[in-house]
Design a protein around this ligand. Structure first.
Ligand SMILES: [Zn+2]
Length: 507
């Protein structure tokens, strides 16, 4: 995205670039200049391993601030859509990680290392999957064309170490608060966004045009409607005007938006769209619509009741399965189980192959005193769709509910293959940790809990747990090697955190 529309942070890392530049030169105006092609020198700023480490910290900070959903069904959707675009982009072998941010801001960003964050507000602004794909394709292009690293280099030669330090400071600030609340971290991130807004550090205009140009090729190559790029840019510019999220003078003085929209349309007219062969993520199979309604409800929290919203929509269109799903989910969120069960049962009967409906019904059963029935549903779903986190996470959670050893052993056996594939699902580590704990495997439980701490942005805590584990004499060879590798990885992060004044002052 272009932050001229909606300033908030493109990335924690870029906001840190922003804040560094802002501190150095508060009156620096936004500039458009073309950088020389830095090529490999930009990449040599950090190794791929370092970039992934920053990325993991970035995710950990977001998670600790309560800004991630950690909902496997939502994660699965955005990852599938993202990787589909990556496969048709310029560098299909590069590392990417797609995630969603629980915030109504209309923006998306790309961070070094291939970390692409999409705000819930951005998803909810789109009206079809092709538009969301256009946004992701644009961000993927920022990564494949090395814009994020060039941005870092243009801010300061030393910016990556500084970014790491400031990121660590934010993490430390959040850790010094009550562990039960992510408010401090959230405040730190929001404060950083303010700095970012003042710093006006953006991709250059040339970067934006290039990301549009390459993004639209990726979009069409992956079988999406290339006109969706212009459509979503129009939507964003209208949104910015209507809600004043961007200073109006910026929209007035920058020919950029109308030019970009005109160019996006012209480009789309000259493109041949490759028809999609499969239906993964396709707007026509309804996955996008179900994803969007789920996201709408999970973003909402308890702040507003969406039951009325869906009832109104169903009055206008009683046959919409998306609104019926939304209503059932909204009702189940506020424990109105009877009507939710009736709606979900109807959806499952009419669409037995739609996983989102089946999972909703199982979830309602599990929370509504019909645990045996819920377990049977999860078991059956797991047979039909093996190794899916969206099924195994709630299944394991229910198995662990009563602390039964056999159930816990089953849960551990179900989760282990997923974990062995090194998924980034922080929630799974917490679950398998509990499963090992109940089934009596202390060392594996300790390892899972330590990992869970790291994925949740509690790096010092995680290091302490790994070091304690390392001192045990009864680790097997492989576990000891894994523990050692984690300590090596965590040490530089924690040293950086300890160097920060905000961390030192809390003793
Ligand atoms: Zn952009």
């Amino acid at each position: 995205m272009d932050s001229r529309y909606d300033r908030p942070v493109r990335t924690l890392l870029s906001l840190i670039i922003g804040s560094v530049a802002w501190l150095a030169a508060p009156s620096l105006p936004a500039q458009d200049f073309t950088l020389p092609d830095l090529g490999s020198s930009a990449e040599s700023l950090a190794t791929p391993e370092e970039l992934r480490r920053y990325g993991r910290q970035l995710l950990g900070s977001f998670r600790q601030a309560g800004l991630l959903f950690d909902d496997p069904l939502l994660d699965e959707y955005i990852e599938t859509l993202g990787y589909r675009l990556v496969a048709h982009g310029r560098r299909p072998d590069q590392h990417f990680k797609f995630f969603l941010i629980r915030d109504r801001t209309v923006n998306a960003f790309a961070a070094p290392g291939g970390y692409i964050g999409t705000y819930a507000g951005m998803v909810l602004l789109t009206e079809r999957e092709d538009e969301l794909a256009a946004v992701l394709a644009h961000e993927v292009a920022h990564i494949t064309q090395n814009h994020t690293l060039r941005g870092a280099e243009s801010a300061s030669k030393a910016s990556l170490p500084i970014m790491l330090g400031m990121l660590a400071a934010m993490v430390a600030a959040s850790q010094s608060s009550s562990s039960s609340s992510g408010d401090a971290a959230q405040a730190a991130i929001m404060g950083g966004m303010g700095l970012m807004q003042q710093a006006q550090i953006n991709y250059t205009r040339a970067n934006e045009y290039e990301a549009d140009r390459i993004g639209i090729q990726t979009l069409a190559g992956a079988g999406f409607d290339p006109f969706a790029q212009a459509d979503v840019w129009v939507r964003m510019s209208r949104f910015a005007r209507n809600y004043g999220v961007s200073p109006p003078e910026i929209l007035r003085t920058h020919p950029f938006e109308s030019t970009r929209i005109v160019e996006a349309k012209a480009r789309a007219e000259g493109m041949t769209v490759v028809p999609r062969q499969d239906t993964v993520g396709s707007g026509h199979d309804g996955r996008y619509e179900l994803f969007r309604e789920r996201l709408r409800i999970l973003t909402n929290g308890s702040s507003r009741d969406l039951v009325g919203y869906y009832r109104d929509r169903l009055d206008a269109d009683p046959d919409s399965i998306y609104d019926r799903y939304g209503l059932a989910l909204a009702l189940s969120q506020r424990d109105s189980f009877n009507e939710a069960t009736r709606l979900a049962t109807g959806l499952v009967e009419a669409h037995p192959d739609t996983l989102a409906f089946a999972l909703l019904l199982a979830d309602i059963d599990g929370r509504n005193g019909r645990e045996a029935q819920a377990l049977a549903r999860y078991r059956e779903l797991n047979t039909r769709h093996p190794d899916r986190a969206a099924i195994l996470a709630p299944y394991a959670e229910l198995l662990l509910k009563h602390g039964d050893v056999d159930d816990a052993t089953l849960a551990a056996n179900l989760l282990r293959p997923l974990i062995d594939r090194d998924t980034d699902h922080a929630k799974l580590y917490a679950l398998i940790g509990r499963a090992y704990e109940i089934s009596g495997d202390e060392n594996r439980a300790a390892e899972a809990h330590a990992l869970s701490a790291a994925y949740n942005g509690r790096f010092e805590d995680s290091l302490v747990q790994f070091e304690r584990l390392q001192r045990r004499s009864d680790l097997d060879y492989y576990q000891r090697a894994r523990v050692q590798a984690r300590i090596t990885e965590l040490m530089p992060i924690v040293l950086e955190i300890r160097r920060r004044p905000s961390s030192a002052s809390r003793g």
